[in-house]
Design a protein around this ligand. Sequence first.
Ligand SMILES: NC(=O)c1ccc[n+]([C@@H]2O[C@H](COP(=O)([O-])OP(=O)(O)OC[C@H]3O[C@@H](n4cnc5c(N)ncnc54)[C@H](OP(=O)(O)O)[C@@H]3O)[C@@H](O)[C@H]2O)c1
Length: 348
Amino acid sequence: MAKLKFGSVEENVVTREEFPLKKAQEVLKDETVAVLGYGVQGPGQALNLKDNGINVIVGQRSGSKSWDKAVEDGWVPGETLFELEEAAEKGTILQYLLSDAGQIAQWETVKKHLTPGKALYFSHGFGITYADQTGIVPPKDVDVILVAPKGSGTSLRRLFVAGRGLNSSFAIHQDATGKAHDRCVALGIGVGSGYLFETNFKKEVYSDLTGERGSLMGAIQGLFAAQYDLLRSKGHSPSEAFNETVEEATQSLYPLVAENGMDWMYANCSTTAQRGALDWWKKFRDAVKPVFEELYDSVATGNEARLTITANEKENYRTELEKELKELQESEMWQAGAAVRKLRPENA
Ligand SMILES: NC(=O)c1ccc[n+]([C@@H]2O[C@H](COP(=O)([O-])OP(=O)(O)OC[C@H]3O[C@@H](n4cnc5c(N)ncnc54)[C@H](OP(=O)(O)O)[C@@H]3O)[C@@H](O)[C@H]2O)c1
């Protein structure tokens, strides 16, 4: 395994050179991989595995849009596409890719088919880490492994089709057969990962929940909204406030950060901008630090899991989410965003 070193910290990383696709195919040659769930991750992982020469079947409840999508994608009912339970019975490796709430609802059905020597695979540490709330406790005689692609299932598939990969984290929770590591890494390569970073279930879920509630999604909207509202309250127009808060960030600056880091983005801005940014960033860090502490505690105590499970197990959870997203869309800031997007130079 390759090592990544950051001062005294060392990380294990698996590369495609040391674990090539040929080796993955060899490890998985006698397995039937049952991808359970055809939502967002399901299609990306199942199609990549199939194109990589792995024996895959899909399990999905029928009478749903996801079933129709599986058929459109070329999975054949009764041959490679089955009801969840039938696929769970046929598979030797069960990739549990239902939504986190769906995993709880279907657990008793899936558990019945976890016979000795099979493997249970997750793309999120949620179900296992919060077992006291999810009830997901696998039998001791199966492998329990994780590969979590760092991005949407849609990107996983698009990048694979383009001949590239997405990085993933991987973890072994239970090694009943002595083959858990090889099975896990082989699946990681098979689903189209570039590099595979080792973690454990708890760390994966804690960092993931913190990240999406924090700087990836929650905190970024909070930061944008605070600056937008301030500029509006000081008499700036909606388009001026939006441009200086969001549009310039996403269109011009974030791509530079992605390419070569924050210092590189700063270095490509005016010296006036650099002076100000260097003077102010620590003040913002210190201001939000207590909120991040509160967030991490809420993740670690299981409070975030409880809130998520309670909200997402309701019948109308999708309509409720859509209602809240609509509120965001209808806020002045994102209405200004829609207007500004129409006026991008490529639309001139
Ligand atoms: N979204 C991502 O790109 C991403 C990235 C990394 C990791 N992950 C992880 O991958 C896993 C799957 O996530 P996802 O985003 O692909 O989920 P999703 O799009 O919400 O997929 C939902 C799947 O679960 C099924 N399902 C939901 N409730 C069910 C129930 N009560 N009974 C039977 N089936 C049910 C859905 O079937 P219907 O369509 O019939 O409802 C669908 O097949 C999760 O553990 C997630 O944390 C996701």
